[in-house]
Design a protein around this ligand. Structure first.
Ligand SMILES: C[S@@+](CC[C@H](N)C(=O)[O-])C[C@H]1O[C@@H](n2cnc3c(N)ncnc32)[C@H](O)[C@@H]1O
Length: 445
């Protein structure tokens, strides 16, 4: 077991001692992961491994004693698969809900926005989906000589990853949906269903960090998979009432919600789980689905997409400029980051790691400043984040995003109410108690 860098650990001890840090494992351990999402209507349409649980929002509302409110205006700046928004809409029979999401990944935006549109559409959507599915089936099985061309991503031409007959089938499903004359929402849902078959029709597996080749994997037949998923959508929309609340997801930059939301439109609750500073690159992990749906046409568009994401990964070289450097908080941010930057080992990853630490802090400072302007006076901001170990051997150190973000929130005029430690991520490699996932609550300071 390796000891994590002791100066960094002491820095975290000192930071944490200023706030109320509690063991939140009882309430939150199972809610910071997607517990229950794959069984719940609407949530189950696409399995996002990095999602939090469908039960997280109700639990937070209970903890904050927000349950009896007549109105709930909620914002998720990193909407992902739309868990917050769908959960909020599901409460709209008891409370007037306005739920807003922002998501930068075009595929995940497609998934979350089509889910919330479906929830608001009501049961007539089920019939539209049935009709659309029948038409797609007719086109798919016909002799019509149409075919979507394979995406220009080399992964698709690797026959070990995508057996050719299955790829042909996947592409024909997409082409049939594009030729089908159905209402736009029904088509978007069928495209979500088709994209959610891409991984299972291949020998690729998302392992949490990357897409990996799994030679032992038996790819499934796309049309069968697609039909199962559309059937689930029909069942879910058939048995749901049209949600009374309002929800939408914007394709854009969640670090800057003021670009999309007027400052006068206050929120009661901002809740999000940003990408963690652990090198995971969502553009990479969900690339096959995004290329399949045609969101990128060439490698330049793919690279531009990466550059638009939060600086939580070193997959692209972001510009080495940081807004905090020219702000009144420059000294305080430098003081916060210095022990962590000093711990970065001088190896070939040094530049990328330093840029990640500074870039992540810079993005979070911007985010907290924006959110502070749109929170109502009695509102709260709750974030879920995981800390991560970097480096190896004697040079191992932890990036405690929960504490780093708490300090940056303070600098943005937030009060840190509670750091609730949801679960320990301690691995065999290190015994740092800061390797953990937390749920942090802020109130306007
Ligand atoms: C941890 S996931 C959120 C999952 C979400 N809570 C759920 O339950 O589905 C983080 C999300 O942030 C998105 N993201 C990354 N950079 C972003 C940015 N600049 N603006 C908005 N979203 C971004 C990623 O694409 C990813 O979907």
């Amino acid at each position: 077991m390796i000891n994590a860098n002791p100066s960094v650990e002491a820095h975290y001890e000192a930071l944490e001692s200023q706030w109320n840090s509690v063991d939140g494992s009882l309430e939150f351990e199972r809610l910071v992961v997607p517990t229950g999402n794959s069984d719940k209507p609407f949530h189950r349409w696409f399995h996002l491994k990095e999602a939090f649980s469908v039960d997280l929002l109700p639990t937070i509302l209970k903890q904050l004693s927000f349950e009896g409110m007549s109105e709930l205006r909620v914002l998720d700046c990193f909407a992902g698969g739309g868990t917050t928004l769908v959960s909020a809409l599901e409460m709209s029979s008891e409370v007037r809900v306005t739920a807003t999401g922002i998501e930068q990944n075009p595929f995940l935006h497609h998934v979350s926005s089509s889910k919330v549109r479906a929830l608001q559409a009501g049961p007539h959507l089920a019939q539209q989906l049935r009709n659309a599915y029948e038409e797609v089936q007719r086109l798919y099985t016909s002799d019509a000589p149409f075919m979507a061309s394979p995406p220009a991503l080399s992964t698709f031409s690797n026959e070990a990853y995508f057996p050719p007959s299955l790829l042909t089938s996947l592409l024909r499903i997409k082409a049939a949906i594009e030729h089908c004359d159905a209402p736009a929402l029904a088509c978007d849902l069928l495209l979500t269903a088709a994209a959610s078959c891409v991984e299972s029709s291949s020998r690729l597996r998302r392992d949490g960090r990357a897409l990996r080749y799994a030679s032992e994997r038996q790819p499934r037949e796309p049309w069968v998979e697609f039909s199962i998923r559309v059937q689930q959508m029909i069942e879910d929309t058939d048995s749901s009432q049209s949600a009374a609340g309002m929800a939408s997801v914007t394709l854009g930059d969640g670090r800057r919600p003021l670009l999309y939301i007027d400052e006068s439109k206050k929120k009661d609750l901002v809740v999000f789980s940003p990408p963690y500073p652990n090198n995971i690159d969502y553009t990479e992990i969900y690339k096959t689905e995004a290329w399949y749906l045609g969101f990128y046409e060439d490698s330049e568009q793919f690279r531009s997409q990466r550059l638009r994401t939060l600086r939580s990964h070193p997959s692209v070289r972001f510009s080495d400029e940081y807004d905090y450097e020219s702000s009144g908080d420059a000294e305080a941010v430098r003081e916060l980051l210095k022990p962590i930057l000093d711990a970065v080992p001088d190896d070939r990853y040094a530049t990328g790691r330093r840029q990640l630490i500074k870039g992540y802090a810079d993005d979070m400072l911007t985010l907290f400043r924006h959110c502070r302007k749109i929170i109502s006076s009695e509102g709260r901001l709750v974030y879920v984040v995981g800390n991560s170990a970097h480096g190896s051997g004697n040079a191992l150190f932890v990036i405690a995003a929960d504490l780093m973000m708490a300090r940056l929130a303070e600098l943005s005029n937030w009060h840190v109410e509670e750091i609730s430690v949801a679960r320990s991520l301690r691995r065999r490699i290190t015994n740092s108690r800061f390797l953990r996932e937390s749920v942090v609550t802020l109130s306007p300071g």
